[in-house]
Design a protein around this ligand. Sequence first.
Ligand code: 13P
Length: 287
Amino acid sequence: MLVSAKEMLNKARDGKYAVGQFNINNLEWTKSVLAVAEELKSPVILGVSEGAGKYMTGFKTVVGMVNGMLEEMNITVPVALHLDHGTFEGAQKCIRAGFSSIMFDGSHYPIAENIEKTKILVNTCDVLGISIEAEVGSIGGEEDGVVGLGECADPKECKAIADLGVTMLAAGIGNIHGKYPENWPGLSFETLEAVKKEVGDMPLVLHGGTGIPEDMIKKAISLGVAKINVNTECQLSFADATRKYIEAGKDQQGKGFDPRKLLAPGAEAIKATVKEKMELFGSVGKA
Ligand code: 13P
């Protein structure tokens, strides 16, 4: 059964480790992440962007697929199904579809509007026992070929959002989605410490988990980060393994590729990436 991310994140915060959020895009992706979480006895959060949800035909399909896998794969570790960077409407759709956790990303709104919209969703999630992540200070990333450096959140604004009763808070600390550019100055631990001082016990979320040096990941965890999001690294390992398989030309003599065999190396590559991250984040054996 899907669970809210609240308990797993509070435990991670207290135990000084982080739970990984791995974004899923299809059946193979989901199966790989769940298999590794079970093998390593690690709690896990499956992230679904609105785009990925749409690709999989809608949030209800995602809920059906994940619930089916939890049962058929005999998954015993805690699993949360979480909307990643949701809009207000997207968050409501996911709640109705049966997600156990949502993120409402109101970071691009003026702070008063971010507060107002987050509050409405906090009230709904509270009633239903669903966890909710909010964001302050937008996370950088590539748009039209230009990589924008991540913003640093205003600690007072973080407090205002944390006080609404969200489960976890994503505060921009110079982190970026996708690959980090050569001139990236690194995470702002000064901002992280200032945010932590304002929000107290609130578990913090680090987006853009691909490409952050290991020492920075460990330091971020020691300063209150309890959830780390990873997407690009799984995409890269999936694409690389799939390309190698095709280049090796292992088709069925004129009948094309067996679809299951074609996607198997990519699925294995995702498993290796997820395993590496769970070990780095310290969540192995914590289920
Ligand atoms: P990366 O794609 O950089 O791993 O970031 C993922 C993320 O933060 C999803 O919200």
